[in-house]
Design a protein around this ligand. Sequence first.
Ligand SMILES: [Zn+2]
Length: 474
Amino acid sequence: MPIDSATANSDITNLLDDKETRWRAAVDLAERWSKPAILGTVVMPGPDKSGRIAGMIFAELAAALDDRAADCKWLIHHREIRSGPAGPSIMLIVSEGDPRAVKAQMVELEEAHPVGRLFDLDVYDLQGRPVSRQDLGIAPRTCLICGGDVQECRRGGKHTLLELQAEIERMLLGMRRQAVLAMARKAVYAMLLETACRPSPGLVNPSGTGSHADMNYLTFLASSSALAPWYGVLVQAGAELQGQPDALLHALRPHGIQAETAMFSATGGVNTQKGLIFSLGLAVGAAGYALRASCRPGAADVRSAVIRAAAPLQDELRGLADGERTPASGGERACARYGATGIRGEAIGGYPSVFDHALPTFTSLIDAGYSVNDCLVGALVSLLAVVEDTTVLARHGLGGLRYVQSQAREALRLGSVRTTPGRDKITEMDTCFAARRLNPGGSADLLAVSVFFYLLEREIPPEQLLGPSLFDSR
Ligand SMILES: [Zn+2]
């Protein structure tokens, strides 16, 4: 026997052995738990069962199974992910005891999910027998390409491997497009929520213009509308990046400049959200980059892409500190004069003020049932207390920054949005910051970034949008 066909034969043996092993494991689990077992695998024709494409589909499958279990209010008793020659697989034991009810949900998932046709969700009863579609009176699955009988197409070798792979690629592209749109929606949502919350000391909101004379909430709506379509472009640029993430900023920059032009044109030349284009734009581009590995990247995946993407900013900061680079903005002058690292430092560190302060604050307030407005205000105050805001530094120097931070710390000490004295303090800050023309724009940008990272992992409960805000009931 020639060597390559011997190798092919041993590959097939390994594959069949692996399929047997995982089937056995699923049946053992069903017996051990006295519950039906779910075995989820990926439909992947051809020899490469564990490549990048199989990995992406599998990540979707595992996440979709978890979502479905949550939707059905099933407890997950056992969850196990395996890999082997037959590809990745997941085994699940849930609290639902009726194998047919479990299978019905699995069939629904295979039919409804955008790439569910590439999921194989088997269910075994307590005796280790598979529950089939026919057992539920549902038609068997049809061929991926022609919609005919799968077994017939397979027996007749009706479609080539290339044809099947091309169809899978097409389905994945559709899923990627959905993921890009979903990511852009999160960015726009985060941007809008930041502008809408009140009181927001020194900042524009629906009730006032903070420390600003040249813009109001409507100016922000105009500018946000101009920026909205660009988030999709930035996600896409990240997703299409050739090479390593340290090339990301370079790839995002031309789109950022066009977004800036759109903003200035919508506001009649007023700078409403230039800082946001940088901070949120980088997070969004990094999220696009993370989409290459999974259609549902988590906050940690995107954060690590931000850190790698921001590494080249070290040189810019060094240039500003050494005086080799001429400051091009108020923020950069503040960096040069006070040795502050500003938003560049935040990006290089993977937004530490977001991850250490605003995000935990926002999440715990959401979980405690506060209105979304008050969760946003609470997160903003936690940022004001720690951020080296170069927008404040540029106009008011170190004294101004220390004042902002000490006021916010005092609000935190009093309980922030959770207590009446804390809320009174925040309301007082609102008046004082406006009177002193203090504009903590850098912190506002980081609030939008915090909400974006929150949305990568969870949705905001819609009922909490309705409030009422504790600031209104005073
Ligand atoms: Zn067919």
